[in-house]
Design a protein around this ligand. Structure first.
Ligand SMILES: [Zn+2]
Length: 254
């Protein structure tokens, strides 16, 4: 009341100045409110981003370091299979067991299994012919496959040595990861002795950046293991293990 009394006594110019001062104060208060809001909002976004990063990190840790998982270049995974030896190059042999036939059988079974799971498969050796190392590598690179698995049999002068071995190129982390997954599943499915995962310098796995492993499914120099390798059921179990290992090594898409 008192204030309006005073206002009434003011000159129009005074009243205008007073109004303007009041407007300025209101504007200033609004500006400060906006700044406070911005700071709050910015802080909120920052906090959310930090929480997001922490959750992302935990999820990656829990999923077992999925960063190692092999990613597909295209819409579906393309898997190159290399059946060792071929044609006049029969590889190692022991009795009825011939390496080039064992590698062919395992690759054929593996192809059927992987295609059944929706993966695209490329056979580096398509029939019983001899192919050079260079041709094999060129074909693997041309195929633009996401990964490569080469199958062989092992050989030792000591006929007592047995077991499956997965070789990888030491400079390729994803190859090592692939080798570990395949070795784990292969032993589980086939019951083969564990020859371990090892660094290897075979051309097919060393001269490419593609995740690749060379598997010696068993020793042809070991009579018992050679007999197993020629057995259809055993070959099936080996193929099943390799297929599972390959699939385990792929990047999770969910
Ligand atoms: Zn071989």
């Amino acid at each position: 009341m008192e204030r309006s009394e005073r206002e009434r006594q003011m000159t129009p110019a005074e009243r205008r100045r007073r109004m303007e001062a009041r407007k300025r104060r209101q504007k200033e208060r609004a500006r400060k409110r906006r700044i406070r809001m911005m700071i709050l909002l910015g802080g909120g976004i920052l906090v959310l981003a930090v929480i997001g990063l922490i959750i992302f990190g935990i999820v990656r840790l829990v999923s077992g370091g999925s960063s190692k998982g092999i990613a597909a270049n295209g819409d579906t995974y393309v898997i190159a299979l290399d059946a060792g030896h071929g044609g006049e190059d029969i590889g190692r042999s022991s009795g009825e067991t011939v390496e080039k036939n064992v590698t062919w059988e395992i690759c054929s079974k593996l192809k059927t299994m992987l295609e059944g799971q929706g993966y695209q498969v490329i056979l580096i050796r398509e029939d019983d012919t001899r192919i050079s190392k260079e041709e094999r590598l060129a074909k693997a690179l041309d195929s633009k496959a996401d990964l490569l698995v080469s199958i062989h049999g092992g050989y030792s002068d000591d006929s007592g040595v047995s077991g499956a071995v997965s070789y990888y190129n030491k400079d390729n982390q994803q190859s090592q990861y692939l080798a570990e997954k395949i070795q784990e599943a292969l032993l589980k499915e086939s019951g083969a002795a564990d020859g371990g995962t090892k660094e290897g310098s075979f051309s097919i796995i060393s001269d490419t950046e593609m995740p690749s492993v060379l598997i010696e499914a068993g020793y042809i120099s070991n009579e018992e293991e050679a007999a197993s390798l020629a057995d259809d059921t055993y070959q099936n179990n080996v193929a099943k293990g390799i297929a599972k290992g390959i699939i385990m090594s792929l990047e999770k898409t969910e």
